[in-house]
Ligand binder design. Structure first.
Ligand SMILES: [Zn+2]
Length: 232
């Protein structure tokens, strides 16, 4: 009861606005106004997981499948969705988009053989400073939609890397992420098909480093990728 009262008061004092255009939202709208929702640059590729939108970033690593919800452009208003989840502590937004993306993946039969879902881990220091892992919020909702287990252990980010967005070129980004992960419990991944979840993928160097660590296991697991947003 108090929660409902609190929510009503908050809506009255701070009416929700669209994350993209800033327009006041109607009661029937969530996070984005109807116009921005219609224009959201969805990739519509969950049914085509061998698309070259996600998989082309990892073509030398033999991933099984890849999917992405929408196209990321840091100059575009839609990047606010990723930024608000990553830096703005907006858990409700992360849950909403994670759930929507999860339902899209679940509507495709291509991902039925996934054994478990695992978010890209943060280094403990960044996790401590931020207080949460934004990819875990998204991964948890995807796991619920797919009715699969969420795993948040077994692989650790051991290198405190510079934020990839501050590095100028692909070479610097690759060097930054080199040997950034350590597999702690290889047996957890034996003979498994795992779905790695990230919030946004640009050059893909973070996930590549994670895959390289997982590929060092014998036998290596089958790996697929779901990223909420990705650059072209
Ligand atoms: Zn809008």
């Amino acid at each position: 009861m108090y929660r409902k009262l609190f929510d009503s008061l908050r809506q009255l004092l701070f009416p929700p606005t669209c994350r993209c255009c800033g327009r006041k939202l109607l009661e029937t709208e969530s996070f984005l106004c109807g116009d921005c929702m219609v224009e959201l640059p969805l990739t519509m590729q969950c049914d085509h997981p061998h698309n070259n939108f996600v998989t082309k970033k990892f073509e030398d690593l033999d991933i099984d499948k890849g999917c992405c919800m929408f196209v990321y452009d840091k100059e575009h208003e839609y990047s606010n969705i990723v930024k608000d989840v990553k830096f703005g502590r907006d858990f409700r937004l992360g849950k909403y988009f994670g759930h929507t993306f999860g339902d899209m993946i679940d509507s495709s039969t291509e991902f039925e053989d996934i054994d478990f879902v695992i978010p890209v881990p943060l280094h403990w220091r960044r996790h401590y400073l931020r207080g949460y892992n934004q990819s875990e919020i998204i991964a948890k909702e995807i796991a619920i939609s797919l009715d699969k287990e969420l795993i948040t252990k077994g692989i650790t980010r051991i290198k405190s890397t510079h934020p990839q967005s501050r590095l100028k070129n692909t070479h610097e980004r690759a060097e930054n992420m080199k040997n950034a992960f350590r597999v702690d419990t290889p047996e957890l991944f034996h003979e498994k098909h795992i779905l790695i979840v990230d919030d946004v993928t640009t050059t893909g160097e973070t996930i590549k480093s994670m895959i390289e660590a997982l590929n060092s296991i014998t036998p290596a697991p089958k790996i697929s990728i779901a990223t909420l947003a990705a650059t072209h």
